[in-house]
Design a protein around this ligand. Structure first.
Ligand code: NIG
Ligand code: FE
Length: 408
């Protein structure tokens, strides 16, 4: 470490989430963190801090410091809402029934196609702001409500534009294979041709997507069709992820994991073979308890088996107008524990270290360690267990994005 640094935080404790530090939180009590050029340059017990003069010395006031939170799976750029569909589901219709009747994702496709780029941007802002107020510093945003080139591009450009105006890193994912658009009714293979021959190459050419996603399910695309999308993404040198085994078992998780997917998301219906494929390929299981809760699902992901096999489990909001209109990653931590059986430390790993890994970003964030980004949140709490335990009143005292104080 150099003798001078930009920022030095002391009088605090850290939940570093560094797996090389024993204990689920990688805790360092009475920590010192030195930051220069947006990166952590030193972190450790304060009594071991080398001589260091800092431009800005911050008293952490006894807070716990965590890595900036990472929401690794959202669909937060969309037009309209689906409150009427919510009422229908409360009346007994299932998510699949609503989708098969032309509602669901296709209802949002209609609204998103009709919205101007400015409308989409203005509608997305409060959703993003809600996440940022909870200490989220990296957000993934998917397209998938266009299902035609222009609207997919409009969604992805809107996501990129948000990153220019808010203190957050936005990772974009092209989810053109989200549902079959009405103009391709009965011609799913032809739509996949369009995705592979037109939409993905155009998105890649404009560098609008950092990854490619797909929805493998009876109300969306088959395993073979998803395999074609993966092959195309590989040709374009884009990493892949998949929505799989949300409503039924299809084999998509094993297929995607064996193809090197960064993550497979939902995974309620995965079996032992799927878990083994994820473990073997280092594929992250992204758990989405808000969608499980909203759709009143009953089948929980096999957390015990994922844990025993060493599969990393991330947690995310899945923020979208249908299966999870809930803009709170903190609430997902609570749901991950109460609904899926995660420990509070696993829940925090799920929104930091494992979420970064699900985005292919574990070399730069998700853990507080020298050399990584200084995305940090100071929480006025006695123990990091409080982050999953309580909800509503516990807010960040300070948020640093790349070493910059961005507290609202
Ligand atoms: O992750 N499963 C597919 N896609 C979204 C839901 C999209 C929607 O209903 O609008 C999800 O749950
Ligand atoms: Fe999703």
């Amino acid at each position: 470490m150099t003798e001078r640094c930009d920022l030095l935080i002391t009088n605090a404790n850290a939940a570093t989430m560094d797996p090389s530090i024993p204990g689920g939180y990688g805790a360092i009590e009475d920590v010192a963190i030195a930051v220069t050029g947006g990166r952590i340059v030193w972190i450790g017990p304060r009594n071991e801090l080398p001589d260091c003069a800092a431009d800005d010395v911050v008293d952490g006031e006894g807070c716990w410091i965590t890595p900036g939170l990472v929401d690794c799976h959202t669909h937060l750029v969309y037009g309209g809402h689906r409150a009427s569909e919510f009422a229908r589901r409360l009346g007994g219709e299932s998510y699949e029934e609503v989708a098969r009747a032309g509602g669901g994702i296709l209802s949002t496709v209609r609204a998103t196609r009709a919205a101007s780029a400015e409308d989409l941007y203005r509608a997305a802002e409060p959703r993003l702001q809600a996440l940022l107020s909870e200490g989220v510093t990296t957000v993934e945003i998917k397209s998938g409500y266009g299902l035609e080139l222009d609207t997919e591009l409009k969604q992805l450009r809107t996501a990129r534009r948000l990153a220019q105006h808010y203190p957050v890193d936005i990772v974009t994912t092209c989810l053109a294979a989200h549902a079959l658009p009405p103009e391709y009714d009965g011609r799913a293979d032809e739509y996949i041709d369009l995705v592979c021959e037109e939409i993905l190459p155009a998105v890649a050419k404009e560098q609008l997507a950092d990854a490619v996603d797909m929805f493998c399910e009876s109300i969306a695309f088959s395993v073979d069709q998803c395999q074609r999308v993966i092959n195309c993404a590989k040709e374009l040198e884009l990493p892949v992820k998949a929505h799989a085994e949300q409503l039924s078992q299809s084999g998509a998780t094993a297929m995607a994991a064996n193809a090197g997917a960064l993550s497979v998301d939902h995974v309620e219906y995965i079996n032992n073979m799927d878990v083994a494929a994820m473990a073997e390929n280092g594929t992250v299981a992204v758990l989405l308890p808000g969608a499980f809760y909203t759709l009143k699902e009953t089948r929980v992901p096999p957390v015990e088996s994922l844990r025993a096999s060493g599969v990393c489990m991330a947690l995310s909001t899945d923020l979208n107008p249908g299966s999870c209109p809930i803009a709170s990653l903190r609430l997902m931590m609570n749901m991950g524990c109460n609904l899926f059986g995660l420990t509070p430390a696993e829940a925090l790993a799920g929104v930091t270290r494992s979420a970064a890994r699900a985005l292919g970003l574990c070399c730069s964030r998700g853990v507080l360690r020298a050399g990584l980004r200084a995305d940090m949140v100071l929480w006025p709490m006695d123990t990091p267990d409080q982050l999953a335990y309580e909800f509503g009143a516990l807010k960040p005292a300070k948020i640093y994005f790349g070493g910059r104080n961005v507290t609202a």
